[in-house]
Design a protein around this ligand. Structure first.
Ligand code: ADP
Ligand code: MG
Length: 489
């Protein structure tokens, strides 16, 4: 029985209905979004007021549902009346003769292989309800095997010294490396201050996976690189390729996730990739400078995902571990160094392994350039210079702390919504100094100072400058605070 009619006097077919929908949709979203998310859609049929659309992937469908559902709902109701419904059909790739051996196929238990070979498979979607539809799908086009993991060989477990400071993180990392996606540590989130081994451990996990499962696709990526790739994909109108690329990863290691603070669009796309990978049993490893509960400027729904697995911190290594790290490095480099010198380094630099290694390298360089023997006195001179010349990193959090101490107000006030004059002023000063002394973007600063946008930060910076130019007592605050903050540099 063919009931391809509607209650409209002039029978419309699926092409006509969809092209009318597109006219409305086009007026309501950016040309970029339209090109990315709507041009790939094909109308397939219209039966009993149910319009079936073909979309390229499950991910694509989820994205539409999340971002455009209201618009779609309104448009469909407008074109088909209150009874109008949408149904999606997710493309299966015909080009692979045998889906079983295809590296792009993700199997789900609900559909058998027959369904895979008989595309398209339709899934009824009720516009009025949220539904999760498990289904297998195929990503066409991209060659999975070509993904370079971006791993650094020397950052392996063998070179990562174990101590009380890192026992949990290291053993969880090892478990994940030997059993990716199969432990409850998914995601595994590693956090610490600078220079304590997060990046090293992240790589080590990737290397471990590659050793045990060479066929698995591993990717190490910094959050900065991820962001830039995403921005490029938006600019070049190939967001879909970007997403498909990340969907193919078996073990995704994302370094310094705190760098996504305030970057809403990037967080949004990462959220979807995260969900997709997690749902499909893929492993995610994340590093950050703070534990999820203290992260600022990251969407709550992402933060809650981060708490699903295990968060493990890396602490400052104790004296014995510092010695062991130095000895390992010296051994690997094939050099020799008197024990007193090693001892001197380990006692002079105590809170940052990267700096400790930096001092070691400087000492080696000094001795070989000047053809001098490595003595404790030579080492002491180098270390002294090294420590003095190593700029301390100034963070937005540090600046907030200094500003709040100066005015004797609790730091929480800066994050609150209060518009009390003294708090507003402290917040503006924190923004001003963060802009001056950190590399954080305006958006990142804003998100850490009471969840403000970049325009508010810009305004704050101007206000502080103007006030300092016109108000002597305010200028005194600014100067004194500047000196306090600079002590760390
Ligand atoms: P983070 O990412 O936390 O800033 P990194 O992973 O870059 O720190 O580590 C800084 C340096 O210290 C690297 O060269 C790393 O190899 C070394 N390092 C840190 N922790 C250890 C450890 N436990 N054993 C050996 N080397 C370490
Ligand atoms: Mg790092």
């Amino acid at each position: 029985m063919n009931t391809q009619t509607t209650q409209f006097p002039m029978a419309k077919n699926h092409d006509k209905v969809w092209s009318d929908c597109l006219t409305v949709i086009k007026d309501n979203i950016s040309p970029n979004s339209f090109a990315t998310w709507f041009t790939p859609i094909k109308p397939i049929q219209l039966v009993n007021n149910v319009l079936t659309l073909q979309v390229p992937s499950q991910f694509f469908y989820e994205w539409l549902e999340e971002h455009f559902i209201d618009l779609l709902k309104k448009t469909i109701k407008k074109e088909l009346g209150p009874e109008g419904r949408l149904e999606y059909s997710i493309i299966m790739d015909n080009s692979q003769s045998n889906s079983e051996s295809s590296p792009f196929t993700i199997h789900a238990p609900t559909l058998n292989k027959k369904a895979l070979k008989n595309p398209p498979v339709s899934f009824p979607i009720d516009l009025n309800k949220d539904k999760n539809i498990p289904n297998p799908f195929v990503i066409p086009g991209l060659k999975k095997l070509n993904i370079h993991p971006q791993l650094i060989d020397s950052y392996n477990f063998e070179n990562f010294i174990q101590g009380d400071c890192n026992r949990l993180a290291r053993s969880a990392g090892l478990a994940v490396g030997q059993n990716p996606g199969k432990t409850s540590f998914n995601p595994l989130l590693l956090y610490s201050t600078n220079g304590l081994g997060k990046t090293h451990l992240g790589h080590a996990i990737g290397i471990e996976v590659k050793t045990h499962f060479p066929e698995k696709t591993v990717l190490y990526v910094s959050s900065e690189q991820f962001t830039n790739q995403f921005i490029d994909s938006v600019r070049n109108n190939n967001q879909n390729d970007f997403i498909h690329f990340y969907q193919m990863i078996d073990v995704l290691i994302v370094d310094d996730i705190h760098c996504l603070a305030g970057k809403e669009k990037t967080q949004d796309v990462f959220f979807h990739i995260f969900n997709h990978l997690h749902q499909n049993g893929k492993q995610i490893v994340i590093t950050s400078d703070l534990p999820p509960v203290e992260m600022k400027g990251i969407e709550p729904r992402l933060l809650s995902r981060f708490k699903w697995g295990l968060s493990a911190d890396l602490q400052v290594p104790d004296y014995e571990t510092r010695i062991a790290i130095l000895q390992k490095k010296i051994y690997n480099d094939g050099v020799e160094m008197p024990r007193e010198v090693i001892d001197l380094i380990a006692t002079s630099i105590t809170t940052n392994v990267r700096e400790m290694e930096g001092a070691l390298i400087s000492i080696l360089a000094q001795s070989s350039m000047n053809k001098k023997e490595i003595t404790p006195s030579l080492a002491a001179k180098v270390i002294e210079k090294f420590v003095r010349n190593t700029p301390r990193e100034i963070t937005v959090e540090y600046i907030q702390k200094m500003v709040c101490e100066y005015f004797s107000i609790p730091v929480e006030k800066i994050h609150s919504k209060t518009r009390k004059r003294e708090i507003v002023q402290a917040r503006q000063l924190a923004m001003f100094f963060s802009k001056a002394f950190t590399k954080s973007s305006l958006a990142a600063i804003g998100s850490k100072c009471g969840n403000k946008d970049h325009a508010t930060v810009l305004h704050a910076c101007k206000t502080v400058k103007n006030l300092a130019d016109t108000d002597k007592s305010f200028k005194k605050y600014v100067d004194e605070l500047e000196n306090i903050i600079k002590v760390k540099m």
